[in-house]
Design a binder for this molecule. Structure first.
Ligand code: CA
Ligand code: CA
Ligand code: CA
Ligand code: CA
Length: 443
């Protein structure tokens, strides 16, 4: 029972999130408002074509760079494709009146951007800062969205509102979003320089088959490979390095989307931005039960060169194995450089094998030492050393080096992780590994 609770808690806490950014179009001058009180100007409509969001949206931030002589002229409304609206701010500083704080916005300077986000916390009040900077320029900052000022507003700190609650309740996320920027007083004018919508998307989930399951977090890492209640792997993740471009290894970042079926997930990256968007990626994890207490995990990574240049890649499959408990695992080189066997020293019936296709290099060692290779600021190639290792908290990594990709060309990398507790491994043990495994280029 304790184990099950622990597993669930970790899955929840490992929820991380991908951020999908959509830039606006239609920037320009905001039509000036008319004279008088209570009459609005024509809105400047900034539009955002949002598409491809298939996973749940947990949150939304709105990045704005608005240039204006007086913030109290402005009312800014976000409109979802399905028509629901949410006010970012309006008539700032107008308490039982038509005019409010005469505070300037300097949208031409990126450091003066205003970001609307629930992450700002309630202590960061848009009105309080606007009041402080009256007759001057409001600096950049992150704020909660806020109710409007005007004749009905009797507070200098009107209630703050939630963009996340708004986006959680819109009926359609994909489609054309609008930012309506309205000036409702004459004389002071302004323009919109830039606006972006940043959707916080949850691509985590669990795949399972029989008694085997694996949790996928939004970063594309796989964790908690469990079979029949025994855990075999804590974290499986991919790193890469583009020669000449990168001065250290990069972790494959959060995917844009994840498509789950029962025992399989496919993760998609339109661009892998860590190296300047030179790669697109697609990753699948498929789990297959091979008995009541054994299973195989198929890992398949497809990387495409979407840059106009030839690239030379290194790929690393990082396997942090923690069998049953993490401190007493043994790792052995079964067949260099591609097959690595491992078992629990205390309970050797818990064992497994890893089989890579076409890799050049491997390295075993402690989890911390191996992780340092990828967290430091240096280029690291694996040493074909470190095995056997243990008993201890071990891990292993394999590397495919010198993969040359012309523009538009792709590479597929595959590896399998087989675990089971049917017997103690010997060199002759069959590995659940078929002849389809390969690492090859295709056009
Ligand atoms: Ca105006
Ligand atoms: Ca162990
Ligand atoms: Ca490194
Ligand atoms: Ca380990």
């Amino acid at each position: 029972m304790y184990k099950i609770v622990f597993f669930i808690l970790l899955l929840i806490s490992s929820h991380s999130h991908a951020v999908l950014k959509f830039s606006g179009s239609g920037y320009g001058d905001i039509p000036d408002g008319p004279s008088g009180c209570g009459v609005s100007g024509e809105p400047l409509e900034i539009t955002f074509n949002v598409s491809g969001i298939i996973n749940p949206v947990d949150g939304l931030d709105v990045y704005t760079r608005i240039h204006h002589g007086s913030v109290d002229n402005l009312t800014v409304i976000l409109e979802a494709p399905s028509g629901e609206q949410h006010l970012l701010f309006g008539k700032t500083g107008a308490v039982n009146s038509c005019t409010g704080y005469s505070t300037g916005l300097n949208g031409y300077d990126v450091s003066y951007a205003s970001v609307f986000s629930d992450s700002a916390g309630v202590e960061s009040h848009w009105w309080t800062d606007a009041k402080f900077w009256q007759q001057s320029i409001m600096p950049g900052g992150t704020y909660r969205t806020t109710e409007s000022g005007g004749l009905d507003q009797d507070s200098e700190t009107p209630p703050q509102t939630s963009l996340n609650s708004f986006v959680n309740n819109v009926s359609e996320v994909n489609g054309q979003w609008k930012l309506l920027v309205i000036d409702d007083q004459e004389i002071n004018t302004g323009s919109v320089i830039e606006a972006n919508l940043l959707f916080d998307v949850d691509t985590s989930g669990v795949i399972s088959d029989g008694s085997a399951s694996i949790g996928i977090d939004s970063s594309g890492d796989v964790g908690f490979f469990e079979v029949d209640g025994v855990n075999y792997a804590f974290r499986l993740s991919w790193y890469y390095r583009i020669n000449v471009v990168d001065s250290s290894e990069k972790v494959l970042p959060e995917p844009d989307s994840a498509v789950f079926t029962d025992n399989k997930v496919v993760l998609y990256w339109a661009t892998v931005n860590g190296s300047g968007g030179r790669l697109a990626a697609q990753m699948s994890y498929e789990i297959e039960s091979t008995g009541s207490d054994s299973a195989v995990l198929y890992k398949r990574l497809l990387l495409t060169n979407i840059s106009p240049f030839s690239l030379n890649l290194n790929l690393y499959d990082f396997n942090d194995i923690d069998i049953y408990s993490s401190s007493d695992d043994v790792f052995e080189l079964d067949q260099a450089p591609s097959v690595i066997a491992f078992y629990d020293d205390g309970q050797p019936q818990y064992y497994g094998k890893y089989h890579a296709g076409g890799n050049n290099l491997y390295q075993g060692g402690s989890y911390g030492a191996l992780l340092n290779l990828f967290n430091d600021d240096e280029i690291d190639d694996l040493s074909n050393a470190g095995l056997p290792y243990g008993p201890g908290d071990g891990s292993f990594v394999v590397q495919w080096n010198d993969i040359s990709l012309e523009p538009g060309q792709a590479v597929i990398i595959q590896a399998n992780l087989t675990v089971g507790d049917t017997d103690v491994p010997t060199p002759d043990d069959p590995v659940y590994f078929d002849d389809l495994i390969f690492a090859d280029k295709f056009e």
